[in-house]
Design a binder for this molecule. Structure first.
Ligand code: PLP
Length: 399
């Protein structure tokens, strides 16, 4: 969609993509329907020759899904001429479409060492069965990436996650895009942790952004969903977005409606998530029972300077190390306010143990190489009063 006027993020989050129903309903209804009727064969023909973009069947498209896609495209593409999005039934369906759309049999994917567990498995153990090979370059450092691209001229996609799940290491998006594009490869960025409020990869040179909308974008823990956004119209129309029809990973109309509602408050929520994240990170860093704390907003983070350059805020995800599995377990069992649960980006504070939860699917030797120790804990700081979150952590650390 073209952004004719440049409105700010908070305004776009509320107004972009919104349609007003002919009934006069201010909030668009949920189009809970599988199929759409045509008044006559002339309408069928008009659609067939591309003179009308009316709906036919909800796997191909649904008004609520289209509205949500337009809103997300406006946010990720803020300030850019054109961006378009497709909404999927989960983040993994979106990631699978982005990778299948950019890498075919005989092609190669280069990615970083530490990745979301299921994305890691998809690249390492699923796509390889369809003739798509892969290799890893630890932090996608430009020189090492350039060498790997030379070694693998068949590379069509460089896939990254920044900040990375769960260690909170960062990748320089602009530098990666420059290196990858010089070798003719597309750049895909998983922007789930930062959201378009804190980081806009398309503006930094990336070709494709993927999201688990399950997390901050919905924000309330009610939906599993995903999205792909790109400024490359041909890539979206012919390779990635169209895959939703043929692989069928569609979201329900109700889930799109809930996600659209959540997305309207994303700018406001991210603002508070960042403030609470910083308060919790500073507390953890100072506590003697915590061996190490990784949060891009702390000056102790090795890539704090890069975070300041490529992000508009540091988010609400923190990784910290309790030193051992036993210490991590004692601490987690003692929490009262924070919920022991995977997922992230909810209004509630969620805390988890990556080695036995989100990253259990990653083999132990790879977990070790990625810095996912048995004492590592990941917290997604919610929107409760930060003093209450800190006091729950404090009592559990001191018990
Ligand atoms: C949760 C998550 C995914 C997967 O998304 P689902 O909606 O669970 O399929 C992918 N990437 C990151 C960074 C995630 O946190």
């Amino acid at each position: 969609m073209g952004l004719t006027e440049r409105r700010q993020m908070a305004t776009e989050a509320i107004h972009a993509g919104e349609t007003h129903d002919p009934s006069g309903a201010h909030i668009a209804p949920i189009f809970q329907t599988s199929t759409f009727t045509f008044p006559d064969m002339a309408a069928v023909e008009a659609r067939a020759v591309g003179e009308s973009d009316s709906y036919m069947y909800s796997r191909g498209g649904n008004p609520g899904r289209k509205a949500l896609a337009a809103k997300l495209a406006a946010l990720e593409g803020l300030g850019l001429e054109d961006s378009s999005a497709e909404i999927f039934g989960s983040g993994m369906a979106a990631i699978a479409a982005a990778l299948m759309g950019t890498a075919k049999a005989g092609d190669h994917i280069i990615t970083q060492q530490v990745l979301y567990g299921s994305a890691d498995h998809l690249i390492s153990d699923v796509l390889t069965q369809f003739g798509v090979s892969n290799s890893r370059v630890a932090g996608l450092e430009p020189d090492a990436l350039a060498a790997e691209l030379e070694l693998h001229p068949e590379t069509t996609a460089v896939y990254m996650e920044t900040p990375a799940n769960p260690t909170m290491t960062l990748i320089d998006i602009s530098a990666t895009a420059e290196t990858a594009h010089a070798a003719g490869a597309k750049v895909i960025v998983d922007n789930t942790f930062a959201t378009p409020i804190l980081q806009r990869p398309l503006s930094l040179g990336a070709d494709v952004v993927v999201h688990s909308t399950t997390k901050f974008i919905n924000g309330h823990g009610t939906v599993i969903g995903g999205a792909v956004v790109s400024t490359d119209e041909t890539l979206m129309a012919e390779e990635i977005g169209s895959l939703i029809r043929f692989t069928g990973g569609v979201p329900s109309p109700f889930d799109c409606w809930l996600t659209n509602l959540g997305l309207k408050t994303l700018p406001l929520r991210m603002h508070q998530h960042c403030a609470n994240g910083m308060a919790v990170a500073e507390f953890l860093q100072e506590h003697p029972a915590v061996a190490s704390t990784s949060y891009p907003g702390l000056s102790s983070h090795p890539q704090h300077e890069l975070a300041g350059r490529q992000m508009d805020g540091f988010g609400a995800l923190i990784a910290f190390d309790m030193g051992s599995y036993d210490a991590a377990t004692r601490f987690l069992d003692q929490l009262a306010l924070c919920s022991l649960a995977v997922s992230l980006g909810n209004v509630d504070t969620l805390i988890e143990h990556p080695a036995s939860m989100t990253h259990a699917v990653v083999p132990p030797e790879e977990r070790a190489a990625s810095g996912i120790t048995d004492g590592l804990i990941r917290i997604s700081v919610g929107l409760e009063a930060s003093v209450d979150i800190v006091s729950d952590l404090e009592q559990a650390l001191e018990a």
